[in-house]
Ligand binder design. Structure first.
Ligand code: 13P
Length: 258
């Protein structure tokens, strides 16, 4: 039986919204966005707001939740950090690894990202591996090399673990929070590269899910979701306001377009 593709639409709230604002958002968003079975919605609130998110969504199991970051160790003297098993215990189902802000602000290198990916899988969470090039790397013609390096390094740490289906987010660093968006054609080109790297890896490569992230907004969601090879989006700034994110979650998607 062929599976019907459905888009994955994810909100990365970064360091916005404590528990109170989280509850307020969910109350308003739920009124604007009734459950739909033809798409998957996942929120990444700050870790401290996860219990509030789960409380507020008791009647809305379609609104899923994940953790923005975990440490590559299981426990230890790492002030401020949380581990993948701790996150799993709170009830989240997903986890991000390799976000460019973790790489640039917190110094996460490819080895850290590989460790985090591995821990997320071991904790039974669904990881989303974020990759993307800087403007400098793009201008120097290094797009493919950078994406390949980031993905291969992360896969190299899996040690035979099954990651199925693999979910990746292509987030060009120059498009994050800048208002600059990759054109649908740019996104398709990069997604084809990501898909090819995955295809060379063992496992269920054909089913790889690739999200686009970087200044996704209500006014470009239809074009981006309509681009070949785009299976969904990872949204920062425009996911912070209920009406804006509800519109994004209703974006037009063609399940036939691969
Ligand atoms: P913006 O949508 O604010 O550009 O952020 C994108 C992002 O980093 C999502 O993870």
């Amino acid at each position: 039986m062929t599976e019907v593709r459905k888009p994955l639409i994810a909100a990365n709230w970064k360091m916005y919204k404590g528990p109170r604002e989280t509850r307020d958002f969910v109350g308003r968003f739920a009124g604007l966005y009734p459950p739909r079975t033809d798409r998957t919605i996942v929120f990444f609130p700050p870790a401290i707001s996860i219990p509030a998110f789960l409380d507020a969504t008791v009647g809305r199991p379609d609104l899923q939740v994940g953790v923005q970051d975990v440490h590559a160790d299981l426990e230890g003297a790492h002030t401020g950090a949380i581990s993948a098993p701790m996150a799993a215990e709170t009830g989240v189902g997903w986890g991000l690894a390799g976000h460019s802000e973790r790489r640039s602000e917190f110094g996460d290198d490819d080895a850290d990202v590989a460790g985090k990916l591995r821990r997320l899988l071991d904790a039974g969470l669904k990881p989303i591996l974020c990759v993307g090039e800087t403007l400098e790397e793009r201008t120097a013609g290094r797009l493919e090399e950078v994406l390949r390096r980031q993905i291969e390094a992360a896969l190299g740490g899996l040690g035979g673990r099954r990651w199925s289906p693999p979910v990746l987010a292509y987030e060009p660093v120059w498009a994050i929070g800048t208002g600059e968006t990759a054109s649908p054609a740019d996104a398709s080109e990069a997604h084809a590269i990501v898909r090819e790297v995955r295809l060379e890896a063992p496992g269920d490569a054909a089913r790889v899910v690739i999200l686009y992230g970087g200044s996704v907004k209500p006014d470009n969601i239809d074009a981006l979701l309509g681009a070949r090879g785009v299976d969904g989006v990872l949204v920062g700034g425009a996911s912070l306001e209920p009406a804006s994110f509800a519109r994004i979650c209703d974006g037009r998607f063609d399940p036939q377009l691969l």
